[in-house]
Design a protein around this ligand. Structure first.
Ligand SMILES: [Zn+2]
Length: 120
C-alpha cells in the first residue's frame, strides 16, 4: 500500500481522516462560526469546509462527464485533504475506480464501512 507523502508544508491542516475539531479546545466542530465550548473563532474551519464542498461539486461534474477521470481523482484527493467526510471518501473511492486504482479504492471503502460501523 502506498501512503500519500506527507509534505511538511501542510502543517496547518492535519491530514485528518476524522471530523474537524476546534483548534483550541478540540471540541468537535459542528459547522458554526464560534466554538460553543471555548468561544474560538472558527471561520477558518468554515472556509475550509466550504472549499472542500466546492471541490466536491466540481468532482461530481467531473465524475459524471465520464472522460475526466484524472481530474476527478485530483479533485477528490484535494477535497479529502481539506475536509474528510464519508461522502467525500465515497467519491474518492469512485474516482479511484475510474482510474483503475482498485486496491486503494477497496481499502478506502473498507475504511468507510468500518467508520460507519463504529459510529452506531
Ligand atoms: Zn473550542
Amino acid at each position: 500500500m502506498s501512503e500519500q507523502p506527507s509534505s511538511p508544508s501542510s502543517a496547518t491542516f492535519r491530514p485528518a481522516s476524522a471530523a474537524m475539531v476546534c483548534p483550541t479546545c478540540r471540541a468537535e466542530w459542528r459547522g458554526v462560526a464560534t466554538c460553543p465550548r471555548c468561544g474560538s473563532d472558527l471561520t477558518v474551519l468554515m472556509r475550509v469546509a466550504r472549499r472542500a464542498w466546492e471541490l466536491r461539486q466540481a468532482l461530481h461534474a467531473a465524475l459524471c462527464a465520464g472522460n475526466r477521470a484524472t481530474e476527478a481523482l485530483a479533485l477528490a484527493r484535494t477535497a479529502c485533504q481539506l475536509h474528510t467526510t464519508p461522502h467525500g471518501q465515497r467519491l474518492l473511492a469512485l474516482a479511484l475506480l475510474m482510474n483503475g486504482q482498485r486496491a486503494e479504492a477497496y481499502a478506502l471503502i473498507e475504511q468507510v464501512l468500518q467508520e460507519q460501523k463504529s459510529e452506531h
